[in-house]
Write a protein of this length. Structure first.
Length: 136
């Protein structure tokens, strides 16, 4: 058998014009930010927790106005958005305020329960719990 040479192909490359890519500012403006996407009418930053801005305000959805709380990243991406009618917030806020003022008590009860569970486990393993308590 005779080896044949592969036919030569005329390959031409087409160069893309340099201005095909959009500038960064135009790319960002094409995408709606979270406020436009959620129909935010008014908003106020409350705090920053773990690099997330906690924002509260009013948004409009299907002709109705709602009060919302949102978590927003440093880049302006909305991670969590919770909105309810104002009357529902009026019911929720006193309950939430009660929990916020009692959170220390709730945490102490949880820690005490965890310690008791651990002491029971140590007792089952044969460790002298009274000796451990005396070391305190």
């Amino acid at each position: 058998m005779e080896e044949t040479e592969a036919p030569k192909r005329d390959i031409t490359t087409v160069e893309q014009p340099a201005d095909v890519t959009e500038p960064e500012a135009e790319k960002k403006s094409a995408r709606k930010d979270w406020k436009e996407f959620k129909g935010v009418v008014e908003a106020e930053k409350l705090d920053t927790i773990d690099r997330l801005d906690i924002v509260a305000g009013v948004n409009q959805y299907k002709g109705n106005h709602f009060v919302f709380v949102a978590k927003v990243t440093e880049e302006g991406f909305q991670r969590a958005f919770f909105s309810m009618p104002a009357y529902a917030w009026n019911k929720a806020l006193p309950v939430l305020t009660g929990y916020a003022s009692r959170i220390g008590e709730i945490e102490k009860q949880a820690m005490a329960k965890a310690v008791i569970d651990e002491l029971k486990r140590l007792k089952e393993l044969g460790i002298d719990i009274k000796g451990l308590v005396e070391q305190l």
